[in-house]
Design a protein around this ligand. Structure first.
Ligand code: HCB
Length: 218
């Protein structure tokens, strides 16, 4: 199968919610030596984006969204170890606490960001989904985090990103930790409005932002 054909099949497997096919195509990409992040960004993400658009047009429904999410996760599960293996950085640049905002259970993108950060030399503490602001603040203090990355996929849960920044300020920690926000509805304008230090449009860019925030060159 040609590269472009493989990417199209990947997108289709997510749209059709075929988790076994998605995992199988991910394995084929690994065998073909395709960069795992490229397989995600050019193969599987267009599929999940399509499902998201159809869902908002009400031509696809929640069960299809769930199946597409599972297919995406099955593919990512195959590709993540490859990303970790590909990571060459052994020097630790800093500690990042990751969480999905309160009320938000989307975790595919955040987990990808975590994998890429780990592979790039960050220690990652992933608190999971639907994490109360106080729990994030406590963890930032406990591990003396350099960066906190908070993900929001819903327009409603984006407000939790702003609440976190306020809470870090009230806890006297805002001067010690940088805040990086991300998630599909998040924009650079929103990041600026709430006083975040960085915005990661995707996992690769999140790594670049994190490096900048801890002062790593290049
Ligand atoms: Co969900 N959902 N969903 N969903 N979902 C969205 C997000 C909508 C946009 C779909 C739509 O209507 N077009 C929509 C939100 C609309 C809105 O708020 N305006 C929506 C809705 C409405 C809902 C429910 C309310 C549906 C319902 O129950 N009626 C419900 C809410 C649950 C909740 O959170 N309380 C819901 C549920 C689900 C699942 C469970 C079925 C499933 C999630 C499975 C899972 O994550 N375990 C799901 C999915 C899969 C989606 C879409 C289709 C894909 C999300 C995804 O995984 N994208 C999504 C539509 C879309 O976003 N295109 C849809 C792929 C990853 C790779 O991209 O953007 O998440 P990403 O992450 C990137 C990037 O943002 C950045 O790097 C990542 C990697 O490249 N990044 C960061 C992310 N976090 C970062 C943090 C940082 O610090 C830095 C960078």
């Amino acid at each position: 199968m040609e590269r472009e054909e493989l990417f199209e099949a990947m997108a289709r497997s997510v749209i059709e919610g075929e988790d076994e096919t998605a995992a199988d195509l991910a394995r084929r990409a690994v065998e073909a030596g395709i960069d795992p992040l490229e397989a995600i960004d050019r193969g599987f993400v267009p599929g999940i984006d399509h499902v998201g658009q159809e869902f908002s047009r009400e031509t696809m429904f929640l069960p299809e969204l769930v199946l597409a999410g599972e297919a995406m996760k099955a593919a990512v599960a195959v590709l993540e170890p490859e990303m970790t293996r590909a990571g060459v950085a052994r020097e630790i640049h800093g500690t990042v606490v990751l969480a999905a905002a309160p009320g938000d259970i989307h975790d595919i993108g955040k987990s990808l960001v975590g994998t890429m950060l780990s592979a790039s030399g960050f220690r990652v503490v992933d608190l999971g989904v639907d994490v109360p602001v106080d729990a994030v603040v406590d963890k930032v203090r406990e591990v003396n985090a350099d960066i906190v990355g908070v993900s929001a996929l819903l327009t409603t849960t984006m407000l939790g990103q702003r609440d976190l920044i306020t809470a870090l300020g009230s806890a006297g920690l805002r001067g010690n930790v940088k805040v990086m926000v991300g998630g599909a509805p998040v924009t650079p304008e929103w990041a600026e409005e709430i006083g975040a230090d960085g915005f990661g449009e995707d996992a690769a860019r999140a790594v670049a932002v994190a490096r900048r925030l801890v002062g790593v060159e290049g």
